[in-house]
Design a protein around this ligand. Structure first.
Ligand SMILES: [Zn+2]
Length: 136
């Protein structure tokens, strides 16, 4: 363990995004790309962004394209009512705008995406999506 950890709610972590007892986020939360056209799911991991001087946090996301990414919180917003993470800045599925230029990984063409049945065995997709929060 070389990862630096800070108390939840500090260091730029979105205060409305629940942290699990494991220190990560819930697995299976829906993630939407910048255009909204590509769907991902959180795999539950959370760690500080590796970019120098960035106050953000990475969350692990498995896109339906089969691409695994770590998205910095500087490029996404969490909506507690719908329990959805929306990429709002940077590349379509990378949320990256700090480094390296220009915008991180590009989505694979649909012909190269994994079959849904295969995706359903992978982390983030192996459980049903959490769905809206009825208390909000
Ligand atoms: Zn960052």
């Amino acid at each position: 363990m070389t990862e630096r950890t800070r108390a939840p709610g500090t260091g730029g972590w979105p205060p409305n995004f629940p942290i699990e007892p494991s220190g990560g986020v819930a697995e299976g939360l829906v993630v939407r790309s910048v255009s909204g056209a590509i769907e991902g799911r959180t795999n539950g991991s959370r760690r500080r962004c590796s970019s120098t001087n960035c106050p953000g946090w990475f969350i692990g996301v498995l896109w339906e394209s089969g691409q695994q990414a770590y998205l910095c919180s500087e490029g996404w917003r969490y909506d507690p009512a719908s329990r959805t993470v929306r990429v709002v800045d940077g590349g379509e599925i990378s949320a990256r705008f700090v480094s390296p230029a220009p915008l991180g990984i590009e989505p694979l063409p649909r012909t190269e995406w994994p079959a849904r049945a295969a995706l359903a065995h992978r982390k983030g997709w192996r459980i049903p999506p959490t769905g809206p929060n009825p208390s909000l």
